[in-house]
Design a protein around this ligand. Structure first.
Ligand SMILES: NC(=O)c1ccc[n+]([C@@H]2O[C@H](COP(=O)([O-])OP(=O)(O)OC[C@H]3O[C@@H](n4cnc5c(N)ncnc54)[C@H](O)[C@@H]3O)[C@@H](O)[C@H]2O)c1
Length: 262
């Protein structure tokens, strides 16, 4: 068991799959008491089983991040589980994908993507800041943006807009939160092989998944996609005191996708 987050009380939204699950498991392995807040009960409970099997402490709380009341209740449950009433680390990770150019995106598609990826993050930030200020300051907020916030990738109008907004929100919030000792940073992953990307490959490239994977691999400087654990490692670092001087950053975890061309 590591100690980088010893005694910290953490929430991971969307912790029932992919990057959120890997992060929740890593947070707990580093000593945090972790609440997995997800819509998907089976996935959320599996994450908690993994945490407990490794000797960590965690709980699942049924949460739809598009509902402010759900998020508020999940954070209160998280603070209760921690025992001290404090909430130290909030990872606003839950998100959904959507493929479409602007004229392939209906107003309903737009609203759905924004509701989860942007309003959901706003809800998490609002509840986190309220709690962290009330407990006398201190805390870490991580927001899930994406490499897409800083590069043009086609047919992602709503998704790119939501992730760009999360990045801007993060930087603005950091200014307001700094006097309270709250750090706010964003994660900017490239293409990470999780159920999210597997589903995209199946839906958009049925029967040609290998070909599509090869073209995605070719745009990474590593030649490989990232793993959920790659992003979880960055999340642990940002959540820990090792990152105490990192504020309002967007940390690229993208195998070089945004820094150069192979
Ligand atoms: N996989 C990638 O390549 C990649 C790259 C950049 C950014 N991201 C972002 O990382 C985050 C996690 O992605 P992932 O690849 O692990 O996806 P995933 O689909 O494996 O996991 C997402 C989790 O979020 C949960 N979720 C969805 N809507 C929710 C809601 N309204 N309330 C609560 N939970 C909800 C799902 O149930 C699921 O457990 C997302 O925000 C995604 O946009 C992913």
């Amino acid at each position: 068991m590591g100690v980088r987050l010893a005694g910290r009380v953490a929430v991971v939204t969307g912790g029932g799959s992919g990057i959120g699950r890997a992060s929740a498991v890593r947070f707990a392995a580093e000593g945090a008491v972790v609440t997995v807040a997800d819509l998907d009960e089976a996935g959320g409970r599996q994450t908690v089983e993994q945490i407990q099997a490794a000797g960590g402490r965690g709980q699942y709380v049924s949460t739809d991040v598009t509902r402010l009341d759900d998020v508020r209740a999940a954070f209160a449950d998280a603070a209760r589980l921690g025992g001290s009433g404090r909430l130290d680390v909030v990872f606003n990770n839950a998100g959904i994908g959507f493929v479409g150019a602007v004229d392939e995106t209906s107003p309903e598609d737009w609203e759905r993507v924004m509701a989860v990826n942007l309003r959901g993050v706003y809800h998490g930030c609002l509840c986190a800041v309220e709690r962290m200020k009330a407990q006398g300051g201190g805390g870490v907020i991580l927001n899930m943006s994406s490499a897409i916030a800083t590069m043009g990738l086609g047919r992602r109008a709503a998704y790119a807009a939501s992730k760009g907004a999360v990045y801007a929100l993060t930087r603005s919030m950091q200014v307001d939160c700094a006097p309270f000792g709250i750090r706010v940073n964003a994660l900017m992953p490239g293409t990470i092989l999780t159920p999210f990307v597997e589903g995209y490959l199946k839906r958009s490239f049925a029967g040609r998944e290998e070909e599509a994977l090869a073209s995605i691999r070719a745009r990474q400087l590593t030649g490989e996609l990232g793993t959920a654990e790659d992003v979880a490692s960055a999340a642990v670092f940002l959540a820990s005191d090792e990152a105490r001087f990192i504020m309002g950053a967007g940390l690229a975890v993208d195998g070089g996708l945004t820094t150069g061309k192979p």
